[in-house]
Design a protein around this ligand. Structure first.
Ligand code: TRP
Length: 330
């Protein structure tokens, strides 16, 4: 039996090069070796204000980006979280196994709630729903970035507590899935900060749908230093970031890149990096635009429908066990 993998992303627009190199690309590499479920976390997305028209567009776009990046709908279960109602239901049950105190310690909540007024209960409760996502499917591994580690930890805590309260091994304890060489891509404008979709300065972020000209412009403008020497060093975060990007794409080591580019200077080096990035993005964009034609609406719908049905088979069983354990009459 293959090990179970589960992960999700929130539908909040076009993914970045950072999301691709740091996450999605790894998912594509593992899709043959594990039983993978990848979903669009639409329920999570409404923990902050959303415009319904935009949200609907972004959910569909997220599915298209999954497939365009190379997730094979025949090999993976791809679905929308809201299509499997067990997520919300298990979320409720787990709310009753989670302490206010432990949720109050979540750094993502603290960060996000600082940035806005009128904080919703849903935002506070976000990690519990995420725990439900994971525990419904007996996930062995959950590929998550650094920023979601704490949420994975709390999912383990909740699972453990639930199992011990009801004295039954209902939930499997999930582990973070760590892949080697996961690239951590930084902002092009402030290379000590992570590249983010929501950066106000759009020049700081490369998006999966940026055309060649845009990629070149953004990389040319990327903040570096004045040394004009291509060397991998923490003291040169801008160059280090560009080398990371290039290395992640070309699979060359830093040493090889230093050797290859030692006579280039930053201008030429940036052109090479930009070209490498666009060569990766071109086929993704081609596939994405193909999928976005209305002729493919039915195809996309059928993938999500099939995905939700497959996911639900597992989810349904698990929720029944849970209901039974807590004393509901099933
Ligand atoms: N919180 C994750 C993020 O923003 C998305 C997510 C929701 C998720 N549920 C999950 C990731 C379950 C992994 C497993 O990146």
């Amino acid at each position: 039996m293959k090990k179970q993998i589960l992960s999700g992303i929130q539908p909040s627009g076009i993914l970045t090069l950072g999301n691709y190199l740091g996450a999605l690309r790894n998912w594509i590499k593992i899709q043959n070796d594990y039983d993978c479920k990848f979903f669009v976390a639409d329920l999570h997305s409404i923990t902050v204000d959303q415009n319904p028209i935009e949200l609907r567009k972004n959910i569909k776009s997220a599915i298209m980006q999954y497939i365009a990046c190379g997730l094979d709908p025949e090999k993976n279960t791809i679905f929308m979280q809201s299509h499997v109602h067990e997520h919300a239901e298990l979320g409720w049950i787990l709310n009753c196994s989670t302490y206010m105190g432990e949720l109050s310690r979540m750094t993502q909540f603290k960060d996000k709630s600082k940035k806005q007024a009128n904080i919703k209960v849903g935002l506070f409760d976000y990690p519990v729903l995420m725990a439900a996502d994971i525990l419904l499917y007996d996930a062995d591994y959950v590929p998550v970035g650094e920023d979601q580690r704490q949420h994975l930890e709390i999912a383990r805590d909740i699972a453990q507590r639930f199992n011990s309260t009801y004295n039954k091994e209902i939930f499997k304890l999930p582990e973070a899935f760590i892949t080697e060489n996961t690239a951590r891509i930084m902002s092009l404008q402030e290379p000590t900060k992570k590249m983010s979709k929501s950066d106000e300065n759009k020049e700081a972020t490369i998006f999966l749908l940026d055309d060649r000209e845009t990629v070149l412009r953004k990389i040319k403008k990327a903040v570096t230093d004045s040394e004009n020497i291509i060397k991998y060093s923490d003291e040169k975060p801008g160059i280090k970031n560009l080398m990371n990007i290039y290395s992640a794409i070309s699979e060359k080591t830093y040493k090889q890149i230093e050797e290859e580019c030692k006579d280039l200077g930053y201008g030429k080096f940036k052109q090479i990096v930009a070209c490498a990035v666009s060569d990766v993005l071109d086929p993704i964009q081609k596939k994405y635009y193909e999928l976005s034609s209305s002729e493919n609406d039915e195809y996309l719908k059928s993938i999500c429908k099939k995905g939700a049905e497959t996911a639900q088979k597992t989810a349904e069983k698990k929720l029944k066990e849970v209901y039974d354990a807590v004393g509901f009459i099933v």
